[in-house]
Design a protein around this ligand. Sequence first.
Ligand SMILES: *[C@@H]1O[C@H](CO)[C@@H](O)[C@H](O)[C@H]1NC(C)=O
Ligand SMILES: *[C@@H]1O[C@H](CO)[C@@H](O)[C@H](O)[C@H]1NC(C)=O
Ligand SMILES: *[C@@H]1O[C@H](CO)[C@@H](O)[C@H](O)[C@H]1NC(C)=O
Ligand SMILES: *[C@@H]1O[C@H](CO)[C@@H](O)[C@H](O)[C@H]1NC(C)=O
Ligand SMILES: *[C@@H]1O[C@H](CO)[C@@H](O)[C@H](O)[C@H]1NC(C)=O
Length: 479
Amino acid sequence: MKNAVVLAAGLHAAAAAAQTACSSILVPSYSAPVVASGWQAQLVAGGLTKPRSIAFDSTGALLVVESGKGISRHRFTDNGGTCLSANHSHMLVELTTLNHGLALSSDGATLYASSAEAVFAWTYDAKTASTSGRTRMLVANMSNSDLVTRTLLMSQHQDGTLLVSRGSSDEHEAQSESMTSGLSQIRAFDVGNRSAFATPYNFATDGRLLGWGLRNSVGVGEHPITGGVYAVENSADGVTRNGKDVHENNPGEELNFFGYLNGTVTANQGGNFGYPHCFAVWDASEIPDNDGLAIGKQFARQENATLRDETCASDYIPPRLTFPAHYAPIDIKFAPAGDTAYITFRGSFDRTTPVGYRLSTLSFDPPTGAPVADPSSATALTDVLTNADNTVCPDKCFRPVGLALDASGRVWMTSDSTGEIYVLQRTGKGGEGVFVQPAGKGAGGGSGGGTGEKSGADGRGVGYWGVVVAGLVAGLVVF
Ligand SMILES: *[C@@H]1O[C@H](CO)[C@@H](O)[C@H](O)[C@H]1NC(C)=O
Ligand SMILES: *[C@@H]1O[C@H](CO)[C@@H](O)[C@H](O)[C@H]1NC(C)=O
Ligand SMILES: *[C@@H]1O[C@H](CO)[C@@H](O)[C@H](O)[C@H]1NC(C)=O
Ligand SMILES: *[C@@H]1O[C@H](CO)[C@@H](O)[C@H](O)[C@H]1NC(C)=O
Ligand SMILES: *[C@@H]1O[C@H](CO)[C@@H](O)[C@H](O)[C@H]1NC(C)=O
């Protein structure tokens, strides 16, 4: 109770500091997100049109693919912590077919983005915030009816190598059995010194095949220390096993490993990961005829004389890790130290009780570039930002999509369904995580209390005061 008195006395000063310092704290129209211990999160932008992939240019401005619109560029006034507010936004590229992929060359002077059909490139000047020259088509012939994202990743280890991920055509999934269909694949293209007038690569037949039999590997990442390429896979919906509906908790989503781009070919590079025949086990107990099935293995959808679970194990590459069914992983980005990957899960639409809808971390061993968790693990993910109540999703929830880490190590995340951008910062503080809200809104994620935080002129960013005010309103921060 003694603390409560001190809190009340300090309220006005802190509130005044917050109002001048972080005056534009945005409030989501749905329940405040739940933030994990040791993290602070804030909504910093809204009103975007289906924001998908994001990237920082060399001046620190944020580039955003707005699906069906183009690429927008945003500058943020940075008041430290998570206290950021956009001070200038404009459309950099207006092209309505752009729908997901975004990348920058390592010198920052070429911008890449994708539509369902093609990868495009522009000469980009970050200082003048403008593109110049013609729109070049680098890779083409990728159109198909339903799974339409073409994720782009510019390698940081092999200069000029652009990875392009293309999923299945769900309506014609049997086409994914053929390598020349170009469906369900990740390919690497040399775009570094490509002439502006060269004929576009044909996705299906050009480039280097990193893997196929991938239903929809929307998130592609490169381990910063080893250069190992990983992708997170959205597996199929409505899956049956030997005629029984098992779709509620199977198949699992996947993390797959594709080796390195430097010429050292690993065993699985260019191999087939199973789709549309073999799927990752999530809940083995719900799979009939499941002799020996467990997380880390794949099951055949319809066993017959030539395709059995044993065939899945012998002829196809298993996931390196398996995640819960229907979580819908969309992006994977590594922290520079190589110890953590951030993964967005956009959430389910094909499950009785909605799941996913979160930002999670996955631990990696930096020197080997491998996940710490064993392939059989069901608990490899650690949540960072979740929705308060998944049963109201997807309508009243954020849906995580694109990720980018800024120079300060903060994690930026888009939510396409709500048109928003969140910023998250690891505080390392004990107690509950903090969702920054304006004074008077209460602390959405709550605040820990009992953490022994001290106020004063200690160099904290002004964003901190927003947190303090939120905490004060909830009566939880102990000075
Ligand atoms: C907007 O933010 C940028 C940083 O991204 C900063 O350099 C610039 O001064 C800001 N402009 C205004 C008008 O605050
Ligand atoms: C597009 O890909 C298909 C499938 O591989 C192929 O048959 C067709 O020739 C390609 N078209 C072009 C213009 O490259
Ligand atoms: C482009 O070509 C030059 C000269 O051959 C080479 O030094 C450079 O590494 C190449 N860049 C890329 C991105 O491939
Ligand atoms: C490629 O990278 C891997 C992992 O960093 C390394 O073990 C291997 O020696 C490299 N190969 C070449 C040819 O540099
Ligand atoms: C078994 O199923 C696979 C996948 O549907 C099919 O390609 C194969 O022809 C089937 N084999 C037999 C013997 O029916």
